[in-house]
Every structure is written in structure tokens, then in C-alpha cells.
Design a protein around this ligand. Structure first.
Ligand code: PEP
Ligand code: MG
Length: 757
């Protein structure tokens, strides 16, 4: 049976369209089962009907739509129960409904299996037999297995079929991952890189120096082009987002890509070949990483390589005719591709690959461009020139939508604009609730950034500076002076405001390419403080660089990630003290009157074990910061990067909410400052609940700053407390979400969690 199944699935996968695929399924399944009839019905959720799409054995007239309403017949019963039905004499079953027009009356036995994809019933697969008899266990297992395999095939085929537009109306929308909120309406424009690495044929050279010269010239041209692109978008994006271009520039440095390419040229390869080889090596290293943020950097490296290549091939400078309402679509939209489209024309973007972590997504959010990612089932060519609606909240894309839908979305979009303007009005105000409870909003940062404080509006410091990204961008650990320069620029750019720098949180899900760690369970492995305490030389160098950078600026606070036990706190503190005294002595040797202060030390609450040791840890540290991303992952035992269990990962799980409430209550009793720096702090509902619980310091990505401030300024403590008390009674995350949504709608703030105002 297994080989028969495999053959069917292979054949179906190669079918040119959904109709052909379904016809093939019923033919082959009927033959394999030896049954008289085999049919496939698909669910039309709009019309609330099951539609017979293909049959082998019954009479289906092409021009006729044969349907059963939801709730009717054994087809509906199997779908409703989400389990197979094996009935010896279907006519006697109370739910049986005869579909006369197809000549069904002759058949007695019926085996129906639901076709389910990601918990959604797509349709059913049904076999029928004239003779009244129960199908055997093996036959039943075959149909169930086939239905399960076909679920994916049909889901993919649906995605492709709907774009060609000749299938039923219910197949018109594509579902991707929300990448940047907002609604866009416009015409698809397919963005393609000017040159592709894959098309380079490896060739050798006799004149390496000539090739090195060509490469260096191409790098220079790429740098200039990147600078021009950065200038082009500087008007529209936040300064920290512009740092993406700094990252590109530093990737071009000798220490990163440059040396690797030149080494290949010296080995006798032509410049184009050397670029291809070096970039593909880097890309492979990054693609191997578990951490989704870092994996996304492979896209940037490939983009950069292809830009250099386009100069080597002299293919640059192509002019494009962008449509006036352009929705940029690409296999992989890159930050620089996005920057290349005139802002006035750019309405939205769709990237078939990638996720909300990509630089293109970060930029899109910063520019206020709705974006959807991860539509890998859809061929690019199908979207060419199509009219689209892109819903960046839900991840939905409507292809050639009817006029009525366009009108509805136009209204929603107009409301979105109003909302954005309104939110920006208060950007310089402090965040406080309607009744005057102040909340300190800070930002999460982690790239080599100079923050433009005017552009960002009011914020009260960097609540989390992730130091691991610069470690990732190199081929070796950065030296103390490299780290010093970087930390100095961050501390200086935020002088006068606190900057919470977290010590290296690599290992486990974020291995360094030059320091591989092989583990069965990386999330439970050698991660964060566990790794750096085993390597005090790495820890000390980092802390020394931070302390030196802090001299004369005095806004540094040090945060320790992944703390599980008191020993780790004690050992980290001992090392920080050691580094402090070393730096202090060195400074005093140079200048006897020099001043250096010891920074505050804090601990991340992200491992649940810490909840039960708060009293003891509080005696040893100055503050806590709650990492809701990992706290959720470890409390719910769900890998935060695994898309298969993404539905279980939920900040609004009652266990997470109760843990957060426990933490704030304990910290208040201990009089220990605590902030939240996980993603939840910048989520509209999350921020409300956290403030209602008593948290007064929230640190978030910059793009959530304005809307969080606005929401807090439009709600009073009493309303938040009522919401919180309802939420804390809830038993399911969905209930929590519904309560939040109802509350936000009643406050006129619903536009922050769905399209429209
Ligand atoms: C967290 O875990 O919530 C956190 C802020 O840290 P990171 O996302 O970097 O693990
Ligand atoms: Mg964390």
C-alpha cells in the first residue's frame, strides 16, 4: 500500500493544476481500493457547501455544480466529526442524503475521510461500493492516509490554482505570514536581482591581481550604491532601521566578505567566481542556524553578493517602470530592493520567502508599508501584473479582488492613514495613562546604531541592547577594542538615558559560525550565561569593553541572560567586579583623579526556575528584566522558532499571565525594579495587561513605540484593571485575546489589532 500511496502522491504533485490533480486522485485511489466510486469534495466556506470537484464512478457533468450544504449528508458528518466514517449501508444512516443527479442511488457501502490541513477541513475523500459491506481496516487506513497526504497537496494546489483565477471564488485569497501591519491596494511588480549568483559558471584566472582590482572596484561601487539607497530612504525610516545599510557596509569589510573573496581569487578563481563561492559559503553557514533572526541574515549576504556581482558583470543601473501603486513582490524581498522603489509609488510588499524577522520586514514596518511574507507555495509568475489587496495584519492577499472588496479595503486604508497620523501627533509626549500613571517606554536595539532621538519621539533609554548580532557578523570573536568602539557609539548616542546592555546570549539557538556547538536540545543547552561563564575570557573581554566605553558617559547597566541559579549570579558578579577593578586600575594609572562608576547589574527572568528564587536573587542584583519570549517558550515547553508548534506558543496563555503577575507582585514586595523587554511589551494587548499588573517600564522594538504610547494615553487604570481581572479568570488564550479585542474596540482602539480605524 505504501508504494501505491507514494506513487499517487508523486503523480498528483506533478499535475498541472488542481482539477487535474483531483481527477488523478480519484482515478488512482479507486483503482487501488478496487471500489466502484471514489470522489473528492472541497469545502466552500463562503457558500457553506461541499462541492464535488472530481469523481470516478459517479456522473459529474462539467457544467453542473454538485453540492451538499454544510450539515447535510455523510460528507458533512465526516467533516464535522473530523474522523472517518465507514458505513456498510449508507442509505439506512439517518444523515444520508442522496445526490440524485450523479446516480448515487446504486451504491450502499460508503467510506468517507475528511481532508484536514492545519486543523482546517478542506474537504472529504469518499469511496463507495454497490455491495453493502463494511470496508476493511486496511482500506480505511489507506483512505485516511491518502486524505492526510492530499491535504498538503490540495492546500498547495489551492494556493496556485486560485491565482490563475479560474477556480471557485472561495479560492481567491492567499494566506501568508503578517510581516508589517497595514492595508495596501495596488498592482504587483516582480522585483528581481540584477545578477544572480547561481548563474555564474566557475572560471579560473591567470591574473589574480587584475581580478582583485576588479573586485575592489565593484565593492567601492556597491558601497556608493548602498549609500545612495540609504539616503533615498533616510527620509522615511527610523534611524535605527537605516543601520541595516551600515550592517551591509560592514559585511563588505575586509574582515567579513572581502578577505574571503580575495583569498579565493588568490587561489586562482576569477572575481565573479570568487564572489559566488565566498557568498555561498557564508549563506550556507547562516542558513544552518536555528535562530530565525540570524537565519534571515543569509538573505542580506546573498543580496549583497549579487549587488557586487552586478557591478562585476556591468549589469547595474537598470531602469524599472514601477506601477504608480506598486506592490513589490519577490522570491526574497531584500532591504535594498525595497529601498530601490520610489517611496511615493510603494504601497506594499510580498515576499514569497522570509519572515517577519527579515530586514525587509523591519524596514517595511519602519516605513509603514504593509507586508506579507512566506507564500512559498505560490509561483512568482502567477502574481505578475495582478491587482492585489495586501492585509498586513492577517497575512491575507486577495488576487484580482471584486470591486466591492476593493471598496471595503479602501475605506479601511483611509482609516489606517488617519490612525497613523493621529498616533504620530503624540510622539513627543510622555507615556502615561489617562489618569496620569506614568509608564517608561524604552527601546530594544542590537545593531550598530546611532539613534536619532528626534525621529523616534520620546523614549527613556535602551531597555535591551542585544550584543550577539555583532558577534555573528564576524568570522571570529570581536576583539576588546572592536567591542569597545561599538559599545561606545551606542552609549554615546543615548547619553543621559540608561542603556541596558546584555552580555552575550549565544549558544543553543544562536551558535556562532566560528564556534560551533552540536547539541540534541539546543534550547536547553549551552546558551547565554552558561556558555560565557564556561569561557570567562570571552565574558571578561566583553564586560571590560562595556566598562571602558562607559567611562565618562555613565549610562551603562549590565544584564545577564538565561540565569537559572544563584551560582550563576554570584559567578557573573564576581567576574564583573574583577573586570571593573582591572579597568579602574588601568584608568587610575593614567589619571589619578579619573572617575569610573560601577554599573547596575540586572538579571533576565526568562527561565521559569527563577520565579521561585526571586527573593534570593533580588538580594544580589539591582534590577530584573522579564524576557517574555523565552519565558513563554520555557513555561509552555514550546520551541519559539518551530512553525509546527507556533500555534501553542502564546504570550496570552494563562500560565504565562499568572507568572507575569506573580513576578511583579514579588518584585513590588522586594522593592526591586523590574521591566519587560520581550515582544509582549510592544503588543497592544500585552502592554495594557502588563501596565495593569503594575509594570511601569516596557522596552520594545522602535516601531511599536508610538502606538503603545498612544494606547496607554487613551486608557485609564480602572478600565485596565477591569480588563485584567477578566483576563486572569480566562482559561484559554483565545478568550484573553477576545477580551482584549472587545476592550480595545470599546475604547475606539480596535484599529491597533486589525485593519481599519
Ligand atoms: C526574551 O527572551 O524575551 C528576550 C528579550 O530575549 P531574546 O528574544 O533575545 O531571547
Ligand atoms: Mg531571551
Amino acid at each position: 500500500m505504501l508504494t501505491v500511496l507514494q506513487r499517487i502522491v508523486e503523480a498528483v504533485n506533478q499535475a498541472p493544476d488542481l482539477d487535474a490533480a483531483l481527477r488523478m486522485i480519484v482515478q488512482k485511489a479507486r483503482a487501488a481500493l478496487g471500489s466502484d466510486v471514489c470522489s473528492v469534495y472541497l469545502a466552500d466556506h463562503e457558500q457553506q457547501q461541499f462541492v464535488m470537484m472530481a469523481t470516478e464512478g459517479l456522473q459529474l457533468d462539467e457544467s453542473e455544480r454538485v453540492t451538499l450544504n454544510f450539515g447535510e449528508g455523510l460528507i458533512s458528518l465526516a467533516a464535522q466529526r473530523e474522523e472517518p466514517l465507514n458505513i456498510a449501508n449508507a442509505n439506512e444512516h439517518p444523515n444520508f442524503k442522496l445526490v440524485e443527479s450523479v446516480g448515487e442511488e446504486a451504491y450502499r457501502a460508503m467510506l468517507v475521510a475528511p481532508i484536514i490541513h492545519q486543523r482546517k477541513v478542506l474537504g472529504v475523500l469518499a469511496a463507495q461500493q454497490k455491495k453493502a459491506r463494511a470496508f476493511s481496516g486496511e482500506e480505511e487506513a489507506f483512505v485516511v492516509t491518502l486524505a492526510a497526504q492530499l491535504a498538503t497537496v490540495i492546500a498547495h494546489a489551492e494556493a496556485r490554482g486560485l491565482v490563475s483565477g479560474h477556480y471557485s471564488p472561495w479560492l481567491r485569497n492567499l494566506n501568508g505570514l503578517p510581516g508589517a501591519p497595514g492595508v495596501a491596494i495596488g498592482q504587483a511588480f516582480i522585483g528581481r536581482p540584477a545578477a544572480t549568483l547561481s548563474s555564474v559558471v566557475p572560471r579560473r584566472t591567470e591574473y589574480p591581481w587584475r581580478e582583485i582590482h576588479k573586485f575592489r572596484k565593484a565593492v567601492m561601487q556597491t558601497r556608493m550604491e548602498l549609500r545612495a539607497l540609504a539616503e533615498q530612504v533616510a527620509e522615511y525610516v527610523a534611524e535605527d532601521t537605516l543601520a541595516i545599510f551600515d550592517v551591509y557596509q560592514s559585511m563588505l569589510d575586509a574582515a567579513s566578505l572581502g578577505d574571503a573573496v580575495e583569498a579565493k581569487i588568490k587561489d586562482g578563481w576569477m572575481a565573479q567566481t570568487a564572489v559566488k563561492m565566498a557568498v555561498e559559503d557564508f549563506v550556507a553557514k547562516f542558513e544552518d542556524l536555528d535562530d530565525s533572526y540570524l537565519r534571515e541574515r543569509a538573505v542580506d549576504i546573498r543580496d549583497l553578493g549579487q549587488r557586487v556581482l552586478s557591478f562585476l558583470q556591468e549589469k547595474n543601473g537598470q531602469q524599472h517602470n514601477f506601477p504608480d501603486t506598486c506592490i513589490l513582490i519577490a522570491e526574497e524581498v531584500t532591504a535594498s530592493m525595497l529601498a530601490g522603489v520610489p517611496r511615493k509609488k510603494l504601497q506594499g510588499l510580498v515576499s514569497l520567502q522570509g519572515s517577519a524577522n527579515s530586514h525587509a520586514a523591519i524596514m517595511a514596518r519602519s516605513m509603514g508599508i504593509p507586508a506579507v511574507f512566506g507564500l512559498s507555495d505560490v509561483p512568482l509568475s502567477y502574481l505578475h501584473d495582478q491587482h492585489l489587496i495586501v492585509d498586513g495584519y492577517s497575512g491575507e492577499i486577495f488576487v484580482n479582488p471584486p470591486a466591492q472588496l476593493i471598496q471595503e479595503y479602501e475605506v479601511l486604508r483611509a482609516e489606517e492613514y488617519e490612525l497613523a497620523e493621529m498616533v504620530a501627533e503624540h510622539r513627543d509626549a510622555e507615556a502615561c495613562t489617562l489618569d496620569g500613571v506614568p509608564v517608561s517606554l524604552q527601546i530594544n536595539a542590537g545593531m550598530n546604531v546611532e539613534h536619532d532621538q528626534d525621529r523616534l519621539g520620546h523614549y527613556e533609554g535602551i531597555g535591551l541592547y542585544r550584543t550577539e548580532i555583532p558577534f555573528m557578523m564576524r568570522e571570529r570573536f570581536p576583539t576588546e577594542s572592536e567591542q569597545y568602539e561599538l559599545y561606545l557609539s551606542v552609549l554615546k548616542s543615548t547619553a543621559g538615558l540608561p542603556v541596558v546592555m546584555r552580555t552575550l546570549d549565544v549558544g543553543g539557538d544562536k551558535p556562532l559560525p566560528y564556534f560551533p556547538i552540536h547539541e540534541e536540545n539546543p534550547f536547553l543547552g549551552w546558551r547565554g550565561i552558561r556558555m560565557t561563564l564556561d569561557h570567562p575570557e570571552i565574558f571578561l573581554v566583553q564586560v571590560r569593553a562595556m566598562l571602558r566605553a562607559n567611562i565618562g558617559i555613565d549610562n551603562l547597566q549590565i544584564l545577564l541572560p538565561m540565569i537559572t541559579s544563584l551560582d550563576e549570579v554570584d559567578e557573573s558578579t564576581r567576574l564583573i567586579n574583577q573586570a571593573y577593578f582591572e579597568v579602574r586600575n588601568e584608568l587610575l594609572q593614567k589619571d589619578r583623579n579619573a572617575q569610573i562608576s560601577r554599573p547596575k547589574i540586572g538579571v533576565m527572568i526568562e527561565v521559569p526556575a527563577l520565579l521561585y528564587q526571586l527573593d534570593a536573587v533580588a538580594k544580589r542584583v539591582d534590577f530584573f528584566s522579564v524576557g517574555t519570549n523565552d519565558l513563554t517558550q520555557y513555561l509552555l515547553a514550546v520551541d519559539r522558532n518551530n512553525s509546527r508548534v507556533a500555534g501553542i506558543y502564546d504570550n496570552f496563555h494563562p500560565a504565562v499571565l499568572h507568572a507575569l503577575q506573580f513576578i511583579i507582585q514579588r518584585c513590588a514586595a522586594l522593592q526591586k525594579p523590574v521591566s519587560v523587554c520581550g515582544e509582549m511589551a510592544g503588543d497592544p494587548g500585552g502592554a495594557l495587561l502588563l501596565v495593569a499588573m503594575g509594570y511601569r517600564k516596557l522596552s520594545m522594538t522602535t516601531h511599536n513605540l508610538d502606538k503603545t504610547r498612544w494606547i496607554l494615553r487613551h486608557v485609564d487604570s480602572k478600565t485596565m484593571h477591569i480588563l485584567l481581572s477578566q483576563v486572569m479568570q480566562a482559561t484559554h488564550p483565545d478568550q484573553v485575546r477576545r477580551l482584549i479585542r472587545i476592550k480595545l474596540e470599546s475604547l475606539g482602539l480596535g484599529g491597533f489589532v486589525r485593519a481599519g480605524k
